[in-house]
Write a protein of this length. Structure first.
Length: 298
């Protein structure tokens, strides 16, 4: 799976029914020289004109690469991180994603990102009572006009389910994505499978694994298959030494390695694929070529 083959020698079965997500905003901002300091991280780019223009360019690049679901830069725009300006930044992020997608075409959907209240790699920091904050944020995303709410990068199934319930309560389509973390050790495949089935029972329209190394993602995708709803993956690039992504490895060869791994997810029944930290537009383009049965450019 790491031999660099594109996996695109033929169309994936039922490829027309596969949804292509975009890739990350945060690591793309860093690659383009935009600072992402704590506590806002990627949301800090929303504070000035240059940062906003780069965010818009990132969204547009993913749309041109073939993504049709675009996640607004709201991962860290909630009140806890952004303070009094949180609602304005949230609406601004959604508008930027919508405007950029419309420049490319009309058949694009905007997802509002709902993150863990604390650290997405520290499930031990998940608050005991997270419901009110997730409710406030889900309602703000719905008011901003997102097409779906994506509760993503949750290593703590309990908090993920609370966030999901509040997203479902808005009446907007809701997805949930769990992470096993950079070491694939925060959740086992079996634990994620159990959480996914419970999420489906609570109204998730899709369940995914994200921000887990691409080379470790297949076992999680296979567990999601029993959820009874649409499922998929958007993995991170893993260690730089794997040659799958990050700024020093975002050429056509690294994108092809990622697509070769994603082919296995599709063969396992996934119908939603995209990229997470360390991937970029080249990876999304490789996914689009894989699904369309075309030879990637480059």
């Amino acid at each position: 799976m790491k031999d660099g083959s594109s996996g695109a020698c033929g169309a994936i079965a039922a490829g027309a029914g596969v949804t292509i997500l975009d890739g990350p905003v945060g690591t793309e901002l860093a690659a383009r020289g935009v600072e992402t300091p704590a506590p806002l991280w990627s949301a800090a780019a929303l504070l000035d004109a240059r940062g906003r223009e780069v965010v818009r360019a990132i969204h547009r690049g993913y749309a041109l690469a073939g993504a049709t679901v675009h996640t607004a830069n709201t991962f860290r725009t909630r009140r806890r991180q952004a303070g009094a300006a949180w609602a304005e930044l949230t609406a601004r992020a959604v508008s930027l994603a919508r405007e950029a997608a419309r420049e490319v075409g009309s058949r694009h959907r905007i997802a509002g990102s709902v993150a863990p209240l604390e650290d997405c790699y520290r499930p031990d920091l998940s608050p005991a009572d997270a419901r009110q904050e997730h409710r406030e944020f889900a309602r703000a995303l719905a008011s901003a006009g997102v097409d779906l709410i994506l509760c993503e990068t949750f290593p703590h199934p309990g908090e993920a389910l609370v966030a999901l319930e509040e997203a479902v309560a808005t009446g907007v389509e809701a997805w949930v994505a769990f992470t096993a973390g950079p070491g694939a050790d925060l959740l086992s495949p079996g634990e994620m499978g159990i959480a996914a089935r419970e999420a489906a029972r609570r109204g998730a329209r899709a369940v995914l694994v994200n921000c887990t190394p691409a080379t470790r993602t297949l076992a999680y995708v296979e567990q999601l298959a029993a959820s009874g709803v649409a499922f998929g993956a958007y993995a991170n690039a893993g260690a730089a030494s794997e040659g799958i992504g990050f700024p020093e490895g975002t050429d056509s060869a690294s994108a092809a390695r990622y697509a070769a791994l994603a082919r296995r997810w599709l063969e396992a029944g996934a119908t939603i694929v995209g990229g997470c930290c360390g991937t970029g537009p080249a990876h999304v383009a490789a996914l689009r070529a894989l699904v369309d049965g075309a030879r990637p450019a480059g």
